[in-house]
Design a protein around this ligand. Structure first.
Ligand code: SF4
Length: 332
């Protein structure tokens, strides 16, 4: 259970039910009053070395911008929701590109306002919309602190239509198993070979736990997807990912295998990661590989076309062999 070292909070969170609950829950934890969660000077001034240490704090405020971004994968819109950042430390975390070393967990207590906007947008639309609510954080992890997921699901399904989706690298799904979700929630569980989880995805759930979570969610009637993501082309990647696919094939329940879908995403990396990771995690493996990667603008790197093609061929062939009936939504 995550126990914050300190709580940094905006004064106005006291005006929200969740804000008051969190202040009560953490009444024994040292508190620092802040003006704005976006600009905590003492955090900004910290060196990169402090990256993991800073993630031991919890920042609580209200979300001020509520802009929906169109999306064309599993969802129709990416929606800013109840948190951003995370207490875990995956070495490639995409949030580090946005928040730099301030990728710590921020909770936003004005959840009523955010959910209301989703419901209104959904009900106004002619078509059935799906909203991605987990693109800025990991909601299964956040839920262990806030209990926001049962609240969200129970209130969302009171609306007339629409779906919600989110990805996760955690296995603490028990609080949502017994809910009446009406099949309107799509949970996408991200997996990687155990060796990569150990060496790269610090602070996340083990592979066995994630597979078990998938089976439990399916048993509870949820629509579930598997993200094989991000695929990292380490030296022995073919062996590791083949073992992963075989393990999924062996350990996923019949029910899971009957209709689970896949998304396969190759890792992207960034200049910011190459600066923070060596200082914050000096003993960790280096994910930047000059031979295999190339720039893609705005300080981002991705794998060269030749290695991406090789990867795609590998996954198409092996998924066809082990999961012939399951859809791969995309490989990117
Ligand atoms: S679990 Fe997700 S949000 Fe958290 S550090 Fe890893 S990639 Fe980032």
């Amino acid at each position: 259970m995550f126990k914050p070292k300190a709580i940094y909070y905006e004064k106005n969170i006291e005006n929200y039910e969740l804000g008051r609950q969190l202040l009560e829950k953490y009444k024994d934890v040292p508190k620092v009053l802040i003006e704005n969660h976006n600009n905590i000077e003492e955090m900004r001034k910290n060196s990169n070395k402090e990256f993991a240490n800073m993630k031991r704090n919890l920042i609580i405020g209200t979300r001020k911008t509520h802009k929906f971004v169109e999306n064309h994968k599993v969802s129709d819109y990416l929606v800013p929701y109840t948190s951003s950042g995370c207490t875990a430390s995956c070495l490639y975390c995409y949030l580090v590109c946005n928040y730099n070393k301030c990728a710590y967990l921020r909770l936003f207590v004005n959840r009523e306002q955010m959910l209301e906007k989703i419901i209104k947008t959904s009900e106004k639309s002619d078509k059935e919309l799906t909203f991605e609510i987990g693109s800025n954080s990991d909601l299964i992890l956040e839920n262990t602190i806030t209990g926001n997921l049962p609240w969200t699901i129970e209130n969302f399904v009171k609306s007339k239509k629409g779906k919600l989706t989110f990805p996760t690298k955690f296995d603490m799904v028990e609080p949502i198993l017994g809910l009446n979700h009406q099949g309107r929630i799509i949970v996408r569980v991200s997996v990687n070979p155990e060796e990569i989880i150990n060496k790269v995805e610090f602070g996340t759930s083990r592979l066995a736990g994630r597979i078990n979570a998938i089976n439990q969610l399916k048993e509870a009637g949820y629509k579930v997807g598997i993200l094989i993501a991000p695929v990292i082309f380490v030296e022995n990647w073919e062996k590791l990912y083949l073992e992963l696919i075989e393990r999924l094939n062996q350990e996923l329940s019949k029910k899971a295998k009957s209709d689970i879908f896949f998304e396969i995403i190759f890792m992207t990396y960034s200049y910011v990661h190459t600066k923070i990771n060596p200082e914050a995690f000096p003993n960790a493996i280096n994910l930047y590989n000059k031979e295999l990667m190339t720039g893609r603008g705005k300080g981002k790197y991705w794998y060269k076309e030749s290695i991406r093609q090789e990867g795609e061929k590998f996954f198409r062939e092996n998924m066809k062999k082990y999961f012939p009936k399951n859809e791969i939504l995309y490989i990117v």
